[in-house]
Design a protein around this ligand. Structure first.
Ligand SMILES: C[S@@+](CC[C@H](N)C(=O)[O-])C[C@H]1O[C@@H](n2cnc3c(N)ncnc32)[C@H](O)[C@@H]1O
Length: 344
């Protein structure tokens, strides 16, 4: 797999399957240095009295992606299956909305199982589109590109290695209609203020002809949600611990030792949205002098959160950020939705 340097020019004729490194804007601003900054800002410092392990770090290596893949094949992990079913069922309708000569950006592509039905449909209907699979994690990006059909004639595809911030800076000069795909409950999936702040960043780079396709799990069944993350194979638990280990590497100091922490899944309602968090709780004093870190027993770090907003909750977010919901599809197998958003 070739990795080329950052460029802001879309060349539809380029060979499908290459990866462009858009995370290396300057020598001081690589994907790794951005991850380090995120941990310094959110874990080493408190934000509204809380510490966080940034999501971008939890997905930071191949091991994390492997565990996620393992989880997604378990019976209890319903949300991936429901979203795949949605995209299979409605691929034709969604593809019909995509203008010829559009550029698609898959924000945090992870695995391409979900997007393939849509790309197949675009190919079948002869739409010339360029699909860009963006991810912060490079190795998984390579294997993902290898899964895409090499027989496409009109659909081209390229990998982008970088962060969401990098993409917003990179895609500015693209004149073709842009479609931002947020599959897998990535955006909109947070406490209202944070979710809307994140969405506003995308609103700021969109023009009237651009769209965002946003998929979100709106499950309202406490038991089902709890079981999906506290799975029989402990995949999510292991993934969170893997993310904590990764933060040692990124920070260059071993502040996290597994034996000092319990990692627990918590499902709760926040008027009235159902949420699930993975929380790491110190079981003894945790101290790392070089990082200036001191935590007392019982102190917590929030590591990964899900907000299960249904259509009403999402509409509030769209209204708040200036999005018009111009299309909506529901999974045939569960309460997972895709919302098609344009500037209001
Ligand atoms: C929940 S998975 C979703 C994957 C895929 N969209 C799907 O629905 O199957 C989140 C993905 O976003 C990527 N990711 C997380 N934070 C990111 C960031 N700041 N910039 C780019 N990618 C990121 C992760 O590596 C991971 O592949």
């Amino acid at each position: 797999m070739t990795v080329t340097a950052a460029t802001t020019v879309v060349s539809p004729d380029e060979q499908s399957g290459t990866i462009i490194d858009i995370g290396t804007g300057t020598a001081h601003d690589t994907v790794l240095s951005q991850q380090k900054q995120m941990v310094q800002q959110r874990l080493l410092k408190k934000e509204n009295g809380k510490r966080w392990l940034p999501t971008a770090l939890i997905w930071g290596d191949e091991n994390a992606h492997q565990l996620w893949w393992e989880a997604s094949n378990l019976d209890e992990f319903y949300s991936i299956r429901d979203e795949v079913n949605l995209l299979k069922r409605w691929a034709q309708d969604i593809a019909r909305q995509v203008p010829d000569h559009s550029v698609l950006f898959d924000l945090g592509c992870g695995d391409v199982t979900k997007v393939i039905p849509l790309l197949n449909e675009l190919e079948r209907s002869g739409k010339h589109v360029h699909y860009y699979a963006l991810d912060i994690s490079r190795k998984p990006l390579e294997s993902v590109l290898a899964k895409l059909p090499t027989t496409y004639q009109v659909v081209k595809y390229t990998g982008l290695w970088g962060t969401f911030d990098n993409l917003r800076a990179w895609c500015g000069n693209i004149q073709e209609p842009k479609w931002f795909l947020s599959l897998g409950s990535i955006f909109g999936n947070d406490e209202f203020q944070i979710a809307t702040n994140d969405l506003r960043k995308w609103v700021s780079v969109m023009r009237p002809q651009d769209r965002m396709l946003l998929g979100l799990d709106g499950c309202d069944d406490d038991e089902k949600v709890w079981r999906s993350y506290n799975d029989t194979k402990d995949c999510w638990h292991r993934m969170i611990r893997n993310g904590l280990e990764l933060s040692n590497k990124v920070l260059g100091h071993e502040w996290y030792r597994p034996e000092d922490w319990e990692v627990i899944g918590v499902t709760q309602r926040r008027s009235p949205t159902l949420t699930h968090q993975w929380v790491a709780r110190a079981t003894r004093v945790v101290q790392c002098e070089p990082l200036g870190l001191y935590l007392s027993p019982g102190e917590e770090i929030i590591t990964n959160e899900w907000y299960k907003y249904g259509p009403d909750g999402m509409q509030k977010q769209f209204d708040a950020v200036g999005f018009a919901n111009v299309g909506q599809w529901k999974s045939p197998s569960g309460p997972v939705y895709q919302y098609l958003l344009a500037l209001a």
